[in-house]
Design a protein. Structure first.
Length: 63
């Protein structure tokens, strides 16, 4: 969760509240507009109000 700070053809760069940045692939099929409301993040139990977009990713570490 965070603020989108830059977008390139292949990557979306996101800054978290703590200032740390991470990126996700720029895949329009994996990003959708969010309906207004409250969303609870399972990983942190944090509540996000009225986000602009939603995207869910499964990350698998290499064996």
């Amino acid at each position: 969760m965070g603020e989108i700070v830059a977008v390139t053809e292949n990557t979306i760069f996101i800054k978290q509240k703590d200032g740390e940045e991470f990126d996700i692939p720029n895949d329009p099929s994996a990003i959708e507009p969010a309906n207004p409301g409250e969303y609870r993040l399972r990983s942190t139990d944090e509540v996000v109000e009225n986000p602009d977009f939603l995207s869910t990713w499964n990350v698998t570490l290499p064996e």
